[in-house]
Design a protein around this ligand. Structure first.
Ligand SMILES: *[C@@H]1O[C@H](CO)[C@@H](O)[C@H](O)[C@H]1NC(C)=O
Ligand SMILES: *[C@@H]1O[C@H](CO)[C@@H](O)[C@H](O)[C@H]1NC(C)=O
Ligand SMILES: *[C@@H]1O[C@H](CO)[C@@H](O)[C@H](O)[C@H]1NC(C)=O
Ligand SMILES: *[C@@H]1O[C@H](CO)[C@@H](O)[C@H](O)[C@H]1NC(C)=O
Length: 391
């Protein structure tokens, strides 16, 4: 009951916070004087709440998201315990009762396969991301741009595939709403961060290899993950992309009226170039979302925060490439952008270009109708911000 009220409150706080903006600060390994491991604390403070993001490469790369109803809540880390084999309890928020919601996402594995006619698919040995060695994130930290990068290679690489390559997770935090410069130009709010997964320079082990990234979402009891798919229009923001996907956490009893508590959100495109253009697009597909209760992934910070108790784990495969041919083979570069945050994922409405094309092609009445639709969307958004948080 209290949990449900807390979750409903979070949805309102998130909706209000997204409109108002936040003050964001980043701290590397707080309270630990070494760069042998990576922990990045991103603190996003709003007028009445704080969002904490804890990125880490201790174990598999992961991010812990905690929403609190206090603008002064603080992250605490017991480092000796966090780096021990039993980290449960080593990461917490002070004061503990300010926490309204928490979740974690772990990037567990990278699969590589190629088509092997007539036998179907041939899988190469899996890259287990908990067995990578990661460079220090400290020197990549940019406190002005609010960016940082986790970059790693397999700790053991007998075939030398990563001799001239790496896998990176580039993080960007936001203080307000906006849209990324790079394709697929994801829309963001102050309640979200962007993650760009980049595989660059690694030698494919097969002819025309394709890659699949596996991720796991960890929830405390009381929330469920669901995969939402939505058609989108080919517009100037993400040309030739026709689908948006969101992996949302929702309370099972509908206490937030179907609103999401948190999300991962992306467009169905990855890109085969560091300066992506439309023609560098690679189709990205999500597999089925699977529940995998009981087996917490090897990521220290989520384990430290949630403990070894019951948690709902959902696992998703995201695959890159397909009928476009051998994009990775030729370019040796793959990037995939995903937004993660609290509340509902930001929603694209019709772009100005689409509306003006509609106005010319279909005559003004329909364009007015479309604009009316956007106006409605805006009005609905504004309605949320008129709610005052309940004390
Ligand atoms: C950190 O954890 C260790 C091991 O559990 C414990 O002995 C120590 O007292 C803790 N330190 C603090 C400051 O809580
Ligand atoms: C390593 O990668 C860079 C950039 O992708 C490339 O220019 C260079 O030729 C590569 N070197 C080898 C030995 O593959
Ligand atoms: C790799 O695939 C391409 C396109 O299917 C083909 O032309 C080429 O001969 C293949 N190379 C090898 C070494 O199998
Ligand atoms: C992800 O893909 C791998 C390799 O095909 C497969 O073994 C695993 O079961 C898949 N997991 C999910 C959740 O689909």
């Amino acid at each position: 009951m209290a949990a449900a009220a807390g979750l409903a409150l979070l949805a309102l706080l998130a909706a209000a916070g997204a409109e108002r903006g936040r003050k964001v600060s980043m701290e590397y390994n707080p309270g630990w004087n070494s760069s042998s491991v990576n922990l990045l604390h991103v603190r996003a403070v709003g007028p009445e709440d704080t969002l904490h993001y804890v990125w880490s490469s201790i174990g598999a790369p992961s991010v812990l998201l905690v929403a609190t109803r206090s603008p002064s809540s603080a992250l605490r880390v017991n480092w000796t315990q966090l780096l021990s084999p039993s980290p449960a309890g080593a990461v917490w928020i002070d004061p503990p009762d300010s926490v309204v919601y928490s979740t974690a996402v772990v990037f567990t594995k990278l699969f590589e396969f190629s088509e092997a006619k007539p036998l179907g698919e041939l899988f190469y040995p899996t890259y287990d991301l908990s067995e990578f060695s990661w460079e220090s994130l400290n020197h990549t930290l940019n406190h002005t741009a609010l960016t940082a990068e986790l970059r790693g290679v397999p700790a053991s690489d007998p075939g030398g595939a990563f001799a001239n390559g790496s896998l990176a997770f580039q993080v960007t935090a936001f203080e307000g709403s906006g849209r990324a410069e790079r394709l697929p130009r994801l829309l963001h709010t102050a309640d979200s961060s962007q993650l760009q997964f980049v595989l660059a320079g690694a030698l494919p082990r097969g002819n025309g290899s394709r890659f699949v990234l596996q991720l796991a979402a960890l929830e405390p009891p009381g929330a469920l993950r669901r995969l939402r798919t939505r058609s989108s229009i080919d517009d100037e923001y993400a040309p030739s992309v026709f689908q948006e996907l969101s992996l949302v956490a929702e309370p099972p009893n509908g206490s937030t009226g179907g609103s999401a508590l948190s999300f991962l959100h992306w467009k169905a495109a990855a890109y085969g170039s560091p300066s992506p253009r439309r023609e560098d697009g690679v189709r990205c597909r999500a597999g089925a979302l699977r529940a995998a209760n009981g087996s917490a992934p090897a990521a220290a910070v989520p384990r430290a925060f949630f403990g070894d108790g019951p948690a709902a784990l959902s696992v998703l495969n995201v695959s890159f490439g397909g009928e476009e041919g051998h994009v990775y083979q030729e370019r040796r570069y793959l990037s995939w952008s995903v937004l993660l945050g609290f509340g509902e994922p930001p929603r694209d409405s019709f772009s100005p270009l689409v509306i003006s094309i509609a106005a010319v092609a279909l005559g003004t009445p329909l364009a007015v109708l479309l604009l009316g639709g956007c106006g409605l969307l805006l009005a609905r958004r504004r309605r949320y911000s008129e709610y005052e948080p309940i004390n």
